[in-house]
Design a binder for this molecule. Structure first.
Ligand code: NAI
Length: 483
């Protein structure tokens, strides 16, 4: 078995935490019980790219329990939990796997990868072998942020064009690595990516940013296979993005800085689902929270939730903590850094690091980057002012802490598994396009998590159901309902 992780001796610790997590992930565990015998994912070869955490370990082992063959990389250079990666590679106890003879799932991820390593490992999730030992590609993708979906699409496009653009065609350091990996691949085969794409039945995408990239491709006519937008299941974005960030944002700030949050002025850029959870997270600690927004609806929501809504320029010189949550780019720029207070804290919880202009910060003449500890740096300006940046501008809840807790991720990942089953078993029902899971499945995901919280659901009478015009067993809301 091939794999690349930090240290397999961490597997025992990882297994203990995986077992704890299973208790908190009733949705995933119930899918194992419901579908374990039927093996709906038998024959599926799933290439996965998603933060390699304990919770993701439970997701991977659920996919395997349903019959899938899986290969996994992380979708962020700082988010891997090395003990989780080790435990997944060694395998569940019943496999008999050990650190010397691992029998689990191939994982290619460790905390603190370089960008070059990140893209080298991302490519490896495409390298399956069939039962006869011959190389074969995946037939399903499971993505978070769209990186492996992009790699495959670009591979196909460059094969069609017969060449990969030179690395000097871009200023983006990360994209240079993508071009390097694809150029190497094209030297070995001119049809590898095209062959893989022909086999792929679909992709399930985890997050807002990845979904945006999928809709863009679909609109321009370049999407190669159907996609399920897991993010916009209600039981994903209205739970993980909101309540997950409510938990993990301050966890990241605390572990990174241990600064007292109460009484501080915190700016949250963006008041979408992640912004709402982040603002509540900081307010819960007693911070005085200010929101920035471009959308009048979200700005009004923020105001009516009791937050001040201002432009960044208005507050940049007196706020203590700055958090970006927009999924957009260039939110905190050099001109903002220059006006910040001494020891202001800056972090991002959106998917990509371009929300904060880290490249611009590094280019300020005379600036010095000083590491306090991994993923916590102070940037010292020529006049002695210091600004603390968390996780080098990458998502700090996973870089400085351990991301969202298991229970909320059980909701997200139950949607992921259902999406994989849908695309794999009902391929002909999904022509190329971007879909959300049907509402009855969304409601089912929520239902699977009620007992654990002692929730008593009121049952409609037939008369009440007729009055509302809905079935007694649901779905209860129209697709237009916003929750
Ligand atoms: P969303 O679309 O609900 O919210 C983003 C908000 O930012 C919108 O209300 C938008 O109007 C606002 N915005 C856009 N440009 C802005 C600007 N220049 N200034 C101020 N506000 C601006 O998206 P969602 O679901 O909240 O996701 C945000 C990002 O977080 C995405 O990149 C997503 O992939 C990522 N994400 C991260 C998670 C984590 O654990 N760190 C979890 C879930 C999502």
């Amino acid at each position: 078995m091939d794999y690349k992780v930090a240290d397999l001796s961490l597997a025992e610790f990882g297994r203990k935490e995986l077992t704890l997590a299973e208790h908190e992930m009733p949705g995933l565990v119930s899918l194992r019980t419901t579908y374990g015998d039927a093996q709906p994912l038998k024959g599926a070869r799933i290439a996965g790219s998603l933060h390699m955490t304990i919770q993701t370990g439970v997701l991977i082992e659920t996919l395997v329990a349903l019959g899938a063959d899986v290969r996994w990389a992380t979708c962020n250079i700082f988010s891997t939990q090395d003990h989780a990666a080790a435990a997944v590679v060694v395998g569940r106890p019943e496999t008999g796997g050990t650190a010397e003879n691992p029998k689990g799932t191939p994982v290619f991820a460790w905390k603190g990868e370089t960008l070059a390593e990140y893209w080298d490992e991302a490519e490896k999730v495409f390298d399956f072998t069939d039962e006869a030992g011959n190389p074969v590609g995946p037939n399903m993708l499971l993505d978070d942020g769209g990186d492996i979906t992009m790699l495959l699409h670009l591979g196909v496009e460059f094969e069609k064009a017969g060449a990969v653009p030179g690395q000097d065609s871009t200023d983006n350091e990360e994209f240079k690595e993508v071009l390097r990996v694809l150029a190497r691949s094209l030297e070995n085969s001119k049809t590898r990516w095209t062959n893989i794409a022909n086999d792929v039945k679909g992709v399930s995408e985890e997050t807002t940013t990845g979904v945006l990239r999928l809709y863009d491709r679909f609109k321009e006519g370049s999407l190669l296979f159907p996609a399920i937008n897991v993010n916009d299941s209600v039981t994903k974005s209205k739970f993980d993005n909101k309540y997950g960030c409510r938990h993990s944002l301050i966890d990241g700030i605390n572990r990174g800085t241990d600064v007292m949050i109460g009484g501080k002025v915190a700016v949250v850029c963006g008041y979408g689902d992640v912004g709402k959870g982040s603002a509540e997270s900081l307010r819960g600690q007693g911070a005085r929270v200010i929101i920035t927004e471009i959308d009048p609806i979200c700005a009004l929501q923020a105001a009516m939730d009791g937050y001040e809504v201002k432009r960044l320029e208005t507050v940049v010189d007196y706020a203590d903590i700055f958090i970006t949550t927009t999924g957009n780019f260039d939110i905190i720029k050099v001109e903002h850094f220059e006006k910040m207070k001494h020891q202001a804290i800056v972090g991002n919880i959106g998917h990509f690091d371009n929300e904060i202009d880290m490249a611009g910060l590094a280019k300020i003449p005379g600036i010095v980057k000083d590491e306090i500890k991994p993923q916590v740096h102070q940037w010292i300006f020529p006049d002695g002012k210091k600004v603390i940046v968390l996780s080098e501008g990458r998502l700090l809840n996973l870089g400085n802490a351990t991301g969202h807790p298991s229970f909320v991720m059980s909701n997200s990942f139950t949607n992921q598994v259902l999406a994989q089953i849908e695309l794999y078993t009902k391929t002909e029902e999904y022509p190329v396009g971007v879909y959300v899971l049907p509402k009855h499945l969304d409601e089912e995901v929520a239902r699977l998590h009620l007992d654990a919280l002692g929730v008593e659901l009121t049952i409609l009478t037939q008369e009440q159901a007729d009055y509302l015009g809905v079935p007694v067993e649901g779905p209860f809301k129209s697709d237009l309902y916003r929750y």
